[in-house]
Write a protein that binds this ligand. Structure first.
Ligand code: B12
Length: 459
């Protein structure tokens, strides 16, 4: 018996079990293996906790680690050292069978060899990492800031929004379906390839076509019978950057700072001429003397999705239960795409004449970006707290943030709108101790708190 749990938010959310409960259940069902799956980085911390608890409670069963935000590197550095029995990162669930059959093999030689191979491999990864840390070249925070992206703000005309403040949207799924990016839908079923080419792919085309047909039937049913619904809140506010932070002003009185949004800056040394990016650089600075703007959004297409999933599960129809989740995720992303267009062409209105097809939207052929807290340019998930307050997300949409900053309903997306024509996505990737200390001061965090939330960025 194998126990597998989604640990991206194992501490709360009611519908999910706590880490402690997972461990108790493992004993109750006499689990041979425990598997944890992590979607967003705060879940990595939960996994470390589970490994520590397994040690404290004298467990011996192997621990498997998987999910989009996990890696062999993180498993080797942070999880495996916490538990002396096998801890294995599995890149792809389909490989779990091979891994488990080695770990639980009746032949003790096969088991022991496999375990010692994994131990040696993870030890090597730690050694390599230490070597790399010793040689990698990082800027100090000060020099990284000196190498920031610089704009000529005096000769830049800031687009003034037509509709400032908060707007709540009841989204029509019939409209959203035209904004769906289908490629990740196939990815979630492990069918690799871009839509629509994937439908005629010589290897996976047949399966992709069948899946697509089933998805469209279910989507039509969901829409016509209103089985799930989507809601969102957006807002645009006056703002200026202040170093690596963004000050958000009161709409009525731009002398009052209502919120301070915090961002991180790239610190890795790059080739000459390459700046060290920080999202705050795309907003006109305080000393430019001009007021700029920032937008935010939170959208969910998962309202009632859990009920529909349960209904299919009760009929032992896992296929449709998973299809519902995958479609709700697609509709949430479609909602984010639709709203971003509405912002560009109407609320902020800096691209009044934009006329882009869905393919162009997917290829981001528009002005401005919508980085989401947790994405590589703004990896601190706790900044969702500010977004929640700024847009009164819970009151306006019912979406909640759990203590590990996952959004519920699960099919939800949230982020910022930046309008600058040169704004683009990038990755922070790594930060040094000096930025950790500085960021903690700006956030009002103790260093331990900072280490917890930013652990994937730290050496
Ligand atoms: C689809 C998707 C979504 C969907 C929902 C996903 C879901 N409900 O599972 C939506 C659009 C809702 C979404 C939202 C968000 N997302 Co998202 N999302 C993705 C995306 C594009 C694909 C994930 C996926 O479903 N892959 C397909 C499945 C099948 O793969 P998988 O989960 O990795 O699982 C495979 C293996 O990992 C393995 N495996 C998984 N678990 C386990 C467990 C065991 C035991 C084993 C053995 C194996 C195993 O087997 C699976 C099959 O091979 C990834 C990027 C990427 N390419 O991975 C980002 C990604 C996961 N998202 C990310 C983020 C940040 C978010 C948001 C926080 C953004 C935001 N602010 O709105 C939200 C969070 C949502 C929430 N509820 O809190 C980040 C997470 C990184 C991080 N630093 O935390 C990623 C990695 C994107 C990125 N590059 O930054 N997201």
């Amino acid at each position: 018996m194998v126990l597998a749990c989604n640990s991206y938010d194992i501490h709360d959310m009611g519908v999910m079990v706590s880490a402690d409960r997972i461990l108790e259940m493992a004993i109750e069902i006499n689990a041979d293996v425990i598997g944890l799956s992590g979607l967003i980085t705060p879940s990595l911390d939960e996994m470390v906790y589970v490994a520590e608890e397994m040690t404290k409670r004298n467990y011996k069963v192997p621990l498997l680690i998987g999910g989009a935000t996990t890696s062999k590197l993180h498993t080797a550095l942070r999880i495996e050292p916490k538990y002396e029995h096998p801890v294995v990162h599995v890149l792809d669930a389909s490989r779990a069978v091979g891994v488990v059959s080695n770990l639980l093999n009746q032949d003790a030689n096969i088991r022991d060899n496999y375990f010692s191979q994994i131990k040696t491999e993870y030890e090597q990864i730690r050694i390599q990492r230490e070597k790399r840390n010793a040689t990698k070249e990082m800027h100090t925070l000060e020099t990284a800031r000196a190498n920031a992206l610089k704009f000529d703000w005096n000769n830049y005309s800031i687009p003034v929004p037509k509709k400032l403040g908060i707007h709540v949207h009841d989204l029509d799924l019939e409209v959203l379906k035209n904004f769906i990016d289908w490629t990740p839908f196939f990815l979630s079923w492990e069918l690799a390839g871009r839509y629509p080419a994937i439908l005629s792919d010589p290897i996976v085309g047949h399966e992709a076509k069948k899946l697509f047909a089933d998805a469209k039937i279910l989507l039509d049913k969901i829409i016509s019978q209103k089985l799930i619904s989507a809601k969102a809140v957006t807002g645009i506010f006056p703002a200026n950057s202040d170093g690596d932070d963004i000050l958000v002003y009161d709409i009525e009185n731009t002398k009052n700072v209502n919120f301070k949004l915090h961002h991180l800056r790239q610190q890795i040394k790059k080739t000459a001429g390459q700046p060290n990016f920080c999202l705050a650089d795309y907003v006109a600075p305080l000393n430019s003397g001009n007021i700029d703007y920032i937008g935010g959004f939170a959208v969910t297409a998962g309202i009632d999705a859990d009920l529909l999933v349960k209904e299919y599960e009760n009929q032992n129809d896992d296929y449709h239960a998973i299809l519902v989740k995958a479609l709700a995720d697609r509709l949430a992303e479609a909602g984010a795409e639709y709203l971003h267009q509405l912002i560009r062409t109407d609320h902020w209105g800096y691209s009044l004449n934009e006329d882009l097809k869905n393919e162009d939207l997917i290829s981001e052929k528009y002005q401005g970006i919508r980085p989401a807290p947790g994405y590589p340019a703004c990896p601190d998930h706790t900044e969702k707290d500010s977004l929640w307050q700024l847009l009164e997300v819970e009151k306006n949409t019912g979406m909640i943030l759990t203590s590990s900053k996952a959004m519920y309903p699960a099919a939800s997306v949230s982020g910022w709108y930046l309008s600058h024509p040169e704004s683009k996505y990038f990755g922070i990737s790594e930060i040094s101790e000096d930025q950790l200390i500085n960021y903690c001061e700006r956030k009002g965090w103790a260093i331990e708190e900072g280490k917890k939330w930013l652990s994937p960025l730290l050496p």
